[in-house]
Write a new protein. Structure first.
Length: 178
């Protein structure tokens, strides 16, 4: 498989994870989700869940299983977030793009990988790992702290997108319906 295909998300949202609707999940045939944590669910600078995230998780949980898989090595941070969201997690550094912890989450859901979405904000960790396992990959915009959003730039994200396109990925966002 070419690098362009390995870095090509199946769905690219021009918004945060909150734009991933139950309708999009059903249209994509997804029965499970593996969610990245840092900057996908919460800003890296905080462990606080946004007011919109908990209702989103509750709504999505009605139609899919949800697991957290994070590269973050702080079990306290991820456990705190998982406990608030009432979802299971695998921690101690997932090492994405390694497939090992993703595979364990998919096996725990007892679903084929193609019915499980890997949702994250990074192409070279989340999308690459999900594609290597045969999952449906979803790239979302980073969840940032509104207070720090103006001052903080995301050069790594811009470089990943540029490099992925240079390697052949076509990164056309799904148009978010409001």
């Amino acid at each position: 498989m070419s690098w362009g295909k390995l870095l090509q998300p199946d769905l690219l949202l021009d918004t945060t994870i909150l734009g991933l609707t139950p309708e999009l999940l059903q249209q994509s045939g997804l029965r499970g989700l593996v969610l990245d944590v840092d900057e996908t669910l919460v800003p890296i600078t905080t462990a606080q869940i946004s007011a919109e995230l908990l209702p989103w998780v509750e709504q999505v949980r009605e139609i899919t299983q949800i697991w957290l898989v994070s590269n973050n090595i702080s079990e306290n941070r991820i456990k705190r977030i998982a406990d608030v969201l009432k979802v299971p997690y695998y921690i101690t550094g997932a090492g994405k793009p390694s497939r090992r912890k993703l595979r364990r989450a998919v096996e725990a859901m007892d679903l084929p990988p193609e019915q499980v979405g890997m949702v994250g904000d990074r192409l070279f960790t989340d999308v690459l790992a999900g594609n290597r396992l045969g999952m449906f990959t979803i790239l979302v915009q980073p969840m940032v702290d509104p207070a720090a959003e103006v001052a903080r730039k995301y050069p790594v994200h811009a470089i990943e997108i540029w490099l992925s396109q240079a390697l052949g990925a076509t990164l056309t966002p799904h148009k978010h319906q409001i």
